[in-house]
Ligand binder design. Structure first.
Ligand SMILES: [Zn+2]
Length: 514
């Protein structure tokens, strides 16, 4: 059984209404890895719905978190002064929205195209609307116990007067630099330290503030379970970084139970999702963003990449390696046409619109060759591949697939599979043997009676064999004459894609050269 169905089946027996949740801090362009959490939770939503469970999916944008590092793609002189300030109070690089909204919205629109449409919640709003008031009070009342849990679970010590609340400094607006040291039932007393963290400088202000209505936030390990309790989250997976023993998830679970009297949500620990390769990582310095990835793969294929492996499997996709991209498309087509129940299910949960599922599309690898040939009518070529005429869906699928084939060729394809027809006689053709030259003249004769490309391909091979040429010598002669290299796409198709007179002239030129 497909892994998400298994989890859903198990969960369906425990509770008939469920809330799936995931969250992200919009500290800049969102890394592609964050898409994995979104998709995993979306799969749980969809498989639970199939189990007739009343289920919702929320996605929280942690916009009250401070800016704690400066992305390399932003001007230092503009943003340095915002270090330590909540992301929602920082201007966006462009437009009127906040920094948090700008990057969150970019990410949301990417995962919406992948068919994931959770209800979006903003942490700042949860605080401002008083949704977390009860948990703030509970945490403050039990400050000592929170501290004990930190120590017991993660082994990290807090100062004796630790108060689990971080006010926004009323003087400088920073949140990353403040430390609260007292709670008197009405006010939290705090100080804004110049050297609390090494990424931001506080102003030294001392103040007192009511902790409600968005004046600050709980620390991450307290805020996380506070949200579970306030919203009623029953399922939330966590990435590898949080799930080590004694890590943030363990602490959050203990705080949920002991401070908020709440059973922690069902956890689905998941591994990293990376997109490697030199060409893409260089632009940001911090790896590839979700948005960039969505530009190189169609939504259902990108989703497929995350649906297929189990959550505990590491995903490292490198589009620059010779076979990875064509293989990914092939695997998707295989799942699309498969009768295997698991593969069929993977396909079903990968596509965005099941209505448009019935279509024929040529193999990615074949299209890689075909689109590089001049004068090819793609539709009639695809029609020959299919064996019958193309439907509207087929044509649409072909257009879409060709778009991504071209992106692949432009940006990632290794030189070995790229080719161009040489306008002038390539010097590589000069070194051909007299037998090879003889073969080229023979091909000119064969060209007069071509009815079928497959047959033509075989005729070329036979003609070479008859004059003592090996298969590689046969096709090398053609590739050198036309492309100036030793390899290329299927020779018969290549020849037939070109202007007949051009090929005849070229082959004669090569044959007469000495
Ligand atoms: Zn301050």
């Amino acid at each position: 059984m497909f892994w998400a169905d298994k989890i859903a089946k198990e969960l369906a027996t425990t509770k008939k209404d469920q809330l799936v949740n995931d969250a992200k801090t919009p500290s800049g362009r969102v890394h592609v890895g964050a898409l994995r959490g979104v998709v995993i939770h979306d799969l749980i939503l969809k498989t639970l719905k199939d189990q007739k469970v009343d289920v919702r999916y929320t996605y929280i944008i942690d916009d009250l978190d401070p800016m704690d590092s400066l992305p390399v793609y932003l001007p230092k002189e503009k943003y340095e002064k915002y270090m330590g300030v909540p992301l929602k109070n920082i201007p966006a690089p462009q437009g009127a929205a906040s920094y948090a909204e700008f990057y969150a919205n970019e990410f949301i629109s990417v995962f919406n195209t992948l068919g994931a449409k959770p209800q979006i919640l903003w942490t700042s709003k949860l605080y401002e609307e008083g949704k977390l008031d009860k948990q703030i009070k509970q945490a403050l009342e039990a400050a000592e116990k929170v501290q004990e849990i930190y120590e017991k679970v993660s082994g990290s010590r807090r100062p004796r007067d630790f108060i689990p609340f971080q006010p926004i400094c009323e003087n400088c607006g920073r949140i990353g630099t403040t430390v609260a040291n007292k709670w008197d039932g009405e006010f939290v007393y705090y100080e804004c330290f110049p050297n609390k963290v090494d990424w931001a400088v506080g102003c030294g202000h001392k103040g007192q503030i009511s902790p409600f209505k968005g004046s600050g936030k709980m620390p991450f390990r307290v805020e996380w379970p506070a949200k579970w309790a306030a919203l009623g989250v029953t399922i939330e997976g966590a990435g590898k970084d949080h799930t080590s023993k004694g890590g943030t998830r363990d602490t959050a679970d203990a705080i949920a139970r002991e401070i908020f009297d709440y059973d922690p949500p069902y956890n689905i620990p998941y591994e990293h999702f990376l997109l490697s390769g030199k060409k893409m990582s260089s632009s940001t310095g911090v790896g590839v963003s979700a948005k960039e990835t969505a530009e190189i793969l169609p939504p259902e294929i990108l989703r497929f990449l995350m649906v297929r492996p189990r959550p505990e499997q590491h995903i490292d996709f490198n589009p620059e390696l010779e076979h990875t991209t064509p293989k990914l498309f092939d695997d998707f087509d295989l799942a699309r046409n498969s009768k295997d129940p698991d593969l069929k299910r993977v396909y079903e949960l990968s596509v965005i619109n099941l209505e448009s599922e019935k279509y024929f599309v040529p193999k990615f690898r074949d299209l890689v060759n075909i689109v590089q040939m001049p004068n090819i009518n793609l539709e009639s070529w695809a029609e020959k591949q299919k064996g019958t005429s193309l439907s509207k869906n087929d044509k649409q699928a072909l257009k879409e697939r060709v778009k991504y084939v071209k992106i692949y060729l432009d940006r990632f394809a290794p030189e070995a599979i790229k080719f161009t027809i040489k306008e002038d006689l390539p010097k590589e053709a000069e070194a051909l043997s007299s037998q090879q030259k003889k073969l080229l003249l023979g091909i000119i004769d064969l060209m007069q009676e071509v009815t079928d490309p497959e047959k033509f391909q075989n005729d070329i091979y036979q003609a070479g064999k008859e004059i003592g040429l090996s298969s590689s010598e046969v096709f090398q002669a053609i590739y050198r004459a036309l492309l100036g290299k030793n390899s290329g796409p299927k020779a018969a198709w290549l020849i037939l894609s070109l202007d007949k007179d051009f090929v005849i002239k070229r082959f004669k030129e090569v044959a007469s050269g000495t």
